[in-house]
Design a protein around this ligand. Structure first.
Ligand SMILES: Cc1cc2nc3c(=O)[nH]c(=O)nc-3n(C[C@H](O)[C@H](O)[C@H](O)COP(=O)(O)OP(=O)(O)OC[C@H]3O[C@@H](n4cnc5c(N)ncnc54)[C@H](O)[C@@H]3O)c2cc1C
Length: 479
């Protein structure tokens, strides 16, 4: 019998797995996809929000500020790529200052005291590419950027190294209390027995709750993005927000932690057809809004579009609590700022389990450390497309990804058999050519490493059909 089964391998489930791996308990994580981070944790803005972004008195308010403060240490331990570049919120209308004042007030209440009001001129000096029509704004130094999937992968790898068993490609189909007072966790691959279940199933956490007659209502809210090339990133050296509205934080313009420029997301409530397609209509509106903040980005440098789906709870707050069904714990309804909050949610989950006596003793040997996969290259690193030295042998030209990095990514405990899984770990295929040059090279190297036929390496990790994305040429022709 296991002590704990965590359902869901997003950033929340993996953060919980890693935190609980410090304790002397047997833990398994069950994830329906063949890899971690394929839900909301794959496709979001990757902003490590300031504490002000969670309303005082709510769980968001409690976890966002605590999570934000944990990132520098997490980065030291896990090497996933985090950059505390700071962010701003711009005011275009006098009313925007009222919203900004509310944010500052909320920040103070949750314990964030670093928000600096800025005049128009000071803002334009700091961010010369921002629209000169602004009236001013606020600067928040504690905002950072990180790659959401790289963090999730790092958390999973570290949890695994500390003894958590990952059951990937297995869907939980039922939960039943068993005769010994624990739970039978039914999956499409068999059954696990456990004393405790943690529901971190993201958009599906309502379905998991229903398996133990608990009720959680989740509303899906989609957000779309355009990712642009690295030659556009100079336009925003900080995360640039507009003032938030009732549905969220608004359209942002931000550099990504690996040096691209990104614009988005919008906020569209989905009723029935929950998908991650992108649409010309939504992206056109996003471009228009983003140009209000930073007018000069060049859409001819667009690389791709994508979208993610937020899991919003009925009252809009996170649900991190004991279920009415004893032995079940929820980390559900974790929409934004859930990426920021994930390490704090995990720490709180550990506090709940300590109080309940589920975890007690820390392990003597627990290592918080995990080596990074992406190796930052010196500016004079040229590499060689034909080199025999894996550390110099370039597989992906645009992102200068070497054979050594790809083979390293494949040696970390999760079976990788799709080029997208390599892309998320090494960036091979994320550059200007979007894998057109390196796709077959990555495939061949993966096949050789696994000792299989290249045909057995797929592009996508997910088994579901790919989303319909707007053709990038259409975006490149937009104004
Ligand atoms: C557009 C957008 C922008 C965002 N921007 C930010 C941001 O900038 N900063 C920030 O802090 N937050 C942001 N967020 C929020 C953040 O992405 C989420 O809070 C976070 O990713 C939630 O993680 P999760 O682990 O709860 O969910 P998920 O990542 O969705 O993980 C849940 C996992 O459970 C698995 N699962 C579901 N059902 C089952 C089952 N029956 N059996 C097994 N496995 C199952 C799924 O496959 C999935 O992998 C944004 C979200 C979106 C969508």
């Amino acid at each position: 019998m296991l002590d704990i089964v965590i359902i869901g391998g997003g950033v929340v489930g993996c953060a919980i797995a890693r935190t609980l791996s410090k304790y002397d308990v047997d833990i398994a994580l069950v994830e329906r996809e063949k890899d971690v981070s394929l839900g909301a944790s794959k496709a979001n803005s990757g902003i490590v929000h300031g504490g002000y972004a969670g309303k005082y008195g709510t769980q968001k308010g409690k976890f966002c500020i605590r999570g934000n403060a944990m990132y520098p240490q997490l980065e030291k331990e896990l090497n996933f790529g985090f950059n505390p570049i700071g962010g701003v919120m711009l005011a275009f209308e006098p009313e925007d200052f009222e919203v900004i004042e509310k944010q500052i007030e909320n920040g103070k209440k949750v314990g964030q005291n670093d928000m600096v009001r800025m005049s128009r001129d000071a803002m334009l000096t700091m961010l010369p590419h921002v629209n000169p029509a602004i009236l001013g704004g606020v600067y928040i130094p504690s905002i950072g950027i990180a790659s959401p999937y790289e963090l999730t992968i790092a958390l999973a790898e570290n949890a695994m190294a500390n003894g958590v068993a990952f059951h990937l490609g297995q869907t939980v189909t039922g939960l039943k209390r068993n005769e010994v007072g624990g739970f039978d966790v039914m999956t499409d691959h068999g059954m696990l027995q456990t004393k405790v279940v943690i529901n971190a199933a993201g958009r599906y956490s309502g379905q998991i709750a229903a398996m133990v007659d608990d009720e959680i209502m989740i509303k899906p809210r989609k957000g779309q993005y355009i990712l642009l090339g690295k030659d556009q990133a100079h336009l925003a050296s900080k995360v640039i927000f507009q003032t938030p509205g009732p549905k969220g934080k608004g359209i942002l313009v931000t550099p990504t932690v690996r040096g691209n420029l990104m614009i988005g997301p919008d906020a569209e409530d989905l009723m029935q057809d929950v998908n991650t397609d992108t649409t010309v209509e939504n992206l056109t509106a996003i471009v228009e809004k983003a140009r209000q903040s930073v007018p000069a980005f060049d859409l001819r440098r667009s690389l791709t579009t994508f979208s993610g789906v937020r899991a919003i709870a009925a009252d809009g707050d996170f649900i991190v609590e004991r279920s009415a069904c004893e032995g079940v714990y929820h980390a559900a309804g974790i929409d934004s700022p859930g990426f920021t909050s994930s390490p704090a949610i995990a720490a709180y989950m550990a506090e709940l389990l300590l109080e309940d006596g589920i975890i007690q003793r820390e392990k003597e040997a627990w290592s918080p450390e995990r080596r990074g996969i992406v190796i930052p290259k010196a500016s004079d690193f040229k590499g060689d497309l034909e080199s025999d030295d894996p550390e110099k042998h370039i597989i992906c030209r645009c992102e200068r990804v070497t054979e050594a990095e790809i083979v390293d990514a494949m040696s970390r405990g999760i079976l990788l058999d799709s080029t997208d899984a390599i892309k998320r770990r090494t960036r091979a295929g994320m550059g200007n050519c979007q894998g057109q040059f390196c796709g077959s090279r990555v495939k061949a190297l993966m096949a050789e490493t696994l000792g299989v036929d290249p045909e057995q390496i797929s592009r996508r990790t997910e088994t579901a059909p790919p989303p319909q994305r707007v053709d990038i040429q259409t975006i490149r022709k937009m104004k």
